[in-house]
Every structure is written in structure tokens, then in C-alpha cells.
Design a binder for this molecule. Sequence first.
Ligand code: FES
Length: 137
Amino acid sequence: MQRRDFLRSACQACAALALVPLAAGSLESCASGLAVTDGLLRFPKSSMGKDGTAVIKAKGAPHPVMVVQRPDGTYTALALNCPHKNGPVKNKGGVLTCDWHGSTFDREGQVTKGPSKAGLKRYPVEAVGEELMVRFA
Ligand code: FES
């Protein structure tokens, strides 16, 4: 599947289901229609957006995650679930923001503004060929 086709179908599904609202002007990529198997979520590297992120809502995952490509080329996956009181966290112009009480987090999931005292949960991501694999278990 070509990147364009993948993104078109994945983003249409996101928008249709309102699982991952896309902010106007956001460069983030989104993906859905994916599933976690044996604690592992696989998806193509080509689903990463130009800003080096992809928001993924996958069946069987504990919550949506944002996969982030670091400057050194490695990846991490951040739970889009606020550690304060489990509010939804969204990427708002590059700032990960909790809708409920306004905590913010950086691209590594570290707290940049409370009330949350803890950072976002991170999951390891392995790159194998043209695939990325997020390990939930
Ligand atoms: S639940 Fe996120 S700041 Fe309170």
C-alpha cells in the first residue's frame, strides 16, 4: 500500500469515527484500523507524518499512542492518557496537552506544566525494515 493511500484511508477512518480529531494545520499523521497482537502493534514507517509523529488508535491497545521519531532516528511511543486523572492528551500545535486540567508534556512525554507530576507512559518502539513495532506488553 502506498503512503498516500494508507494515510487517506487511515485519516478518513479517524475523522469518520472521531477517534483522533485532527487539529487544523496539524502535520501529524494518524492511523487506525490497526490491532495489537500478542502485545505488539505493527504499522508501516510510511505512516509517520512530516513532523515525525503518528497518532495511533489500535484495537486492543490500552489507549491511543503518539509515536515520535527522535532527532537521532530512534522512536518512542507515548500514551495519550494523562497520568494526573486519566484525561485525554492531544497534540495541539506540537504541545501535548491534557484537555481536562491543562497539563502539558514534551515530545519525550516529560511534564512541562502541571498539575500532573508524572510524565506520559512510554512504550518501546522497534524499527524493523519498513515497519515500526510498539510493544505494549
Ligand atoms: S487529567 Fe490531565 S491534567 Fe488532570
